[in-house]
Write a protein that binds this ligand. Structure first.
Ligand SMILES: [Zn+2]
Length: 231
């Protein structure tokens, strides 16, 4: 096989290895983390935290309401006890009672809002809990399949690397280092030639370059890639 053909094959193998390794890394990521499940769990945590906050606020306001009811009862008792005769004192007590009642109405309204919000949150928590459980179950059940695919990809990478190393072993160091340099600098080392055109940069090559490239290493005068004349 001509050197350019060997380098062309080498690049196919390297590209294949890269693809396999990317797929392998992706599978390993999927084995370790599940972003969809994580965000569903995060949403569940947020909902539960809000549920706890709303519930605490409701309890605290209910306790305030209880205190207020006691004050209203006390003031009412004083008001109708007949013990207060001073008009100013009575008027002040009436103002206080009116103020308490306004407070009472406000609290009741707010508690009602909280109860409604809590009801909605409880439904949401239940549904999100279900979603999390389903996602976790489907992730768990996909594990054996993902593991099988990971193992298969792993052995394919080993085989590809074996073929790559064997091929690289037959190449002369100068060609190989040229290949490595091109791949490192531009990500692509070998370009095939079709109808006299470099397939990488689409420039029409001088006929003598095409001719030489059949027997020796020639690079494209435009993109500097090694030219490979296919069949
Ligand atoms: Zn080119």
């Amino acid at each position: 096989m001509a050197v350019a053909a060997q380098l062309f094959r080498l690049e196919q193998l390297d590209a294949d290895i890269e693809q396999h390794e990317a797929a392998l890394a992706d599978l390993q990521r999927r084995q370790q983390t599940n972003p969809e499940l994580q965000s569903a769990e995060e949403k569940l945590r947020r909902l539960r935290a809000e549920e706890a906050t709303v519930s605490a606020e409701q309890r605290s306001l209910e306790s305030d309401l209880g205190d207020l009811a006691a004050r209203i009862k006390r003031d009412n008792a004083r008001m109708y006890s007949g013990q207060i005769v001073d008009a100013r004192e009575l008027a002040s007590l009436e103002r206080e009672l009116a103020h308490y009642r306004t407070q009472n109405d406000g609290l009741e309204e707010r508690i009602l809002e909280l109860m409604e919000r809590l009801e909605t949150l409880q439904v949401e928590v239940q549904s999100q809990d279900h979603t999390v459980a389903e996602l976790r179950e489907s992730w768990e059940s996909s594990r054996p399949d993902v593991e099988r695919r990971r193992q298969r990809l792993g052995s394919e990478v080993v085989a590809l690397r074996g073929e790559r190393d064997a091929l690289a072993g037959t190449l002369d160091p100068r060609s190989l280092s040229m290949y490595d340099r091109l791949r490192a600098s531009s990500g692509h080392a070998v370009s095939s030639v079709s109808n006299g055109v470099c397939q990488w940069c689409r420039v029409t090559l001088p006929p003598k370059d095409v001719q030489h490239a059949r027997s020796t290493l020639v690079t494209c005068n435009n993109c500097a890639r090694i030219l490979y004349i296919g069949v």
